[in-house]
Write a protein that binds this ligand. Sequence first.
Ligand SMILES: [Zn+2]
Length: 124
Amino acid sequence: MRKVKQLIKYQCEICKELYEAPDKAIKCESQGKELPLVELGKVVLYRDDWNGGFGTCFDKLDVIEINDYGHYISYTLGDWETKHPREHISGNDNFKSFCTIVEDQSLLVNKGSLNGGWELINNI
Ligand SMILES: [Zn+2]
């Protein structure tokens, strides 16, 4: 049998990326793995900043897609019925800073886009 060159690579077991050196793969793995913070189809209030933060409006959007990229989760928000995407969020830190999960939609009121959009009322 003809001799062929054997290559040794090291793989991050989380994102499957290949590296020449083992320490690079270990470093990649050390970033850790994210798990989804929300289920598909859930409703979230999405914080939409405009005019460089001059105004903020909260939109009511559905989680229509969740992708697991290993080290981070990507969320697509939009309309559940039409599957029309509107916003993409990469990583759980961004999800936490832009989204509030709505557990009970009866607590939502729409104040109109000029008044900040949707608001979650905590009438405990
Ligand atoms: Zn990795």
